[in-house]
Design a protein around this ligand. Structure first.
Ligand SMILES: NC(=O)c1ccc[n+]([C@@H]2O[C@H](COP(=O)([O-])OP(=O)(O)OC[C@H]3O[C@@H](n4cnc5c(N)ncnc54)[C@H](OP(=O)(O)O)[C@@H]3O)[C@@H](O)[C@H]2O)c1
Length: 332
């Protein structure tokens, strides 16, 4: 697989990464199978999808434990990126950016991941009670201590990022300017896909201008862009899509032109090429500093997604995809 380098430290990773979240979090729990997920992670490494993206809050904790079982055997082949700063409570997810907590959380992640160094340590969300410089300073100390190789920042979520009259990523850009004064940012993680292209406006250009890598989260639109979801089929109550405004039967039907466009482009590249691969090829085409982290827990999807690195979209394909209607159904 093509390799890409991200961040000031020129971290080298396979162009298509693996988002490990669906193995333990956010999507229907009844479909999570530990052994199947383990095989999926091994398959990713076999194919050169080296960047494994996880977080302490996925599970919580069980996702890192799962990745740790693979890292124990294949640490040298993997690039592990995890996250700190969000705690799962009974009812809510809360931010904690206190330096003492960050230090303890890092040690706990290292233990669960069965490794002595995390390649990319990302701040999941800034804590409104703690100046972000303080949290970032504690994370920088972890680099100096050799527990972490590089630091990343996740964008403020869609529900918290937009105020009327402001851009979706204005708050994240402000945070980036502040933390960059303390210690270099190596990667930013934010949603980027054909139906959520907002990061192209300011966030991606900022990363390109500062030599910062970009991890494209949710590049498959939570599965919608693969064309394998049927409007009206419904989601189990613990699946985030059961409450997601884009995943009501009405909005899924209204958003079908996006899938149709991906299918049209896929057909031009051959019988075997899928809408999911075109969606990933589109993210890869947004810049050499972009690494999509499609979430998947099945070997079959991991294999299909890794092959997207070989799909080369033409300028006409990219123009056609850029003209697709924006997604309908939003948190705002
Ligand atoms: N920083 C943040 O705040 C944040 C937020 C959200 C996500 N993320 C990161 O981004 C990663 C990806 O996001 P995501 O998993 O929510 O969304 P996604 O990558 O857009 O979509 C994942 C869904 O697509 C399905 N899928 C994957 N490949 C497929 C294929 N080739 N054909 C058909 N279906 C396919 C998966 O099914 P299966 O589950 O059945 O395999 C899963 O349900 C996460 O794993 C996480 O690492 C970060």
């Amino acid at each position: 697989m093509e390799r890409r380098t991200i961040g000031a430290g020129a971290l080298a990773v396979g162009a298509v990464g693996l988002g490990c979240m669906p193995m333990s979090w956010a999507y229907s729990g009844s479909r999570q199978r530990g052994d199947e997920s383990l095989r999926a992670v091994h398959r990713a490494l076999d194919l050169g999808s080296t960047l494994l993206d996880t977080a302490d809050m996925y599970g919580p904790f069980t996702n890192e434990l799962l990745i740790g079982r693979v890292l124990k055997e294949r640490r040298a082949e993997a690039f592990v990126s995890t996250k700190v700063g969000l705690l799962v409570g009974e009812q809510h997810v809360v931010a904690n950016g206190r330096p003492g907590y960050v230090r303890r959380a890092c040690d706990a992640s290292l233990r669960r991941l069965q490794t002595d160094v995390i390649d990319l340590y990302q701040l999941h969300r800034a804590d409104p009670e703690v100046p972000v410089e303080e949290t970032w300073g504690a994370m920088a100390d972890l680099v100096r201590a050799g527990k972490v190789r590089a630091l990343g920042l996740c964008a403020v979520g869609a529900r918290g990022g937009r105020r009327s009259g402001t851009g979706l990523h204005d708050a994240t850009l402000r945070q980036l300017r502040r933390v960059q004064q303390v210690f270099p940012v190596s990667a930013v993680q934010a949603e980027l896909s054909v139906w959520s292209p907002e990061a192209l406006e300011a966030l991606l250009p900022w990363c390109a201008a500062h030599g910062v890598g970009f991890l494209a989260a949710m590049p498959l639109g939570n599965g919608f862009l693969t064309g394998t979801l049927t409007p009206g089929e419904g989601f189990e109550p613990d699946d985030v899509r059961a409450r997601h405004p884009r995943f009501t039967a009405e909005m899924m039907a209204a958003n079908q032109p996006v899938v149709a466009g991906l299918r049209r482009v896929a057909r031009r590249h051959g019988e075997q090429v899928t809408p999911a691969q075109v969606a990933l090829a589109w993210t890869l085409a947004q810049g050499r500093h972009v690494v999509p982290v499609p979430g998947a827990k099945r070997e079959r999807w991991v294999t299909e997604n890794a092959s997207a690195a070989a799909v080369s979209l033409t300028p006409d394909d990219l123009t056609e995809l850029s003209l697709l209607p924006p997604a309908r159904g939003s948190w705002d």
